[in-house]
Design a binder for this molecule. Sequence first.
Ligand code: FE2
Length: 308
Amino acid sequence: MPAPNSEIHADLLKACLHLAENFAENHHPNPSLSPSALAAFLNHPQEEIAKAFAALQKEDLISESGSLTDAGRRRALSLARSHRLIEAYLLEQEGVPLTEIHNKAERLEHDLTPTQIEKIADSLNHPRFDPHGDPIPTRNGWLPKIKRTPLQKWHAGREGRIAHIEDEPVQDCISLLEKGIARGARIRILSEDSLWHHGITLSLPRHLWPMISVEPLSDDDEPSENCKTLEEFQHGETAKIIELDPRCTGPARHRLLDLGIVPGTLVTPDFAASFGGPVAYRIRGTCVALRKEQTTGILAKKVTPSAP
Ligand SMILES: [Fe+2]
């Protein structure tokens, strides 16, 4: 099978796969993709896209309507696997900020060999999703079907969880991440332009809503009505931990888990240092000092502890 001979060819194949995935997810038939539609999607000069489109057709990788042939789909899945694994690697192993991984992966995916990509997969223990929530195709080209709902179609007031944040257009993705929107966060629609997002109310322009997909909470998730963040609890109140902030990852998350801050644990603020210093919390019979930045992302519910 001839391989795409340029980065534009590869980007075009990935775009065809991406759009077909999105249409399938929303139960629409396969889209008819013209070179001009693909040029607009990729923000690339139409003339170059038209040339690449014709070349891929000649190589029997896409059809006249822009749908992938079997060979084209295999090739696009392999490219998507590389891109998504590199994104996961950059975030988890290299500490590259979430806002930068997409663009770096776009460059690196053309330089790494299949052997290097499989080494990355091994080092990450074969993740199923990339940091944006996109499924990573398996080595033999299987792509799991995902059920999720675009935010603009989610029921107002219903609690869900952010399953996916679109990584293109890149600037819109960066805007979302800079606002603190996080994959894995709990979310509720409050009004036309405001959301409850993991304990915080924030406004979000409507044009960014289609960038976010939501899934229902799992049966094990306790609803977060009347929750607040741990830092808002006062001396004498008892908080039941509901969930840690999904943005708290790596060593910082492990530190909290080691201290016993896991869902279901009861925590009581004991006393605070002056000038915004750490607050002492009583957790499972021991006293633990936590800084404000550690407690702002911890969702908790006020409870009345039962008498001993
Ligand atoms: Fe990406």
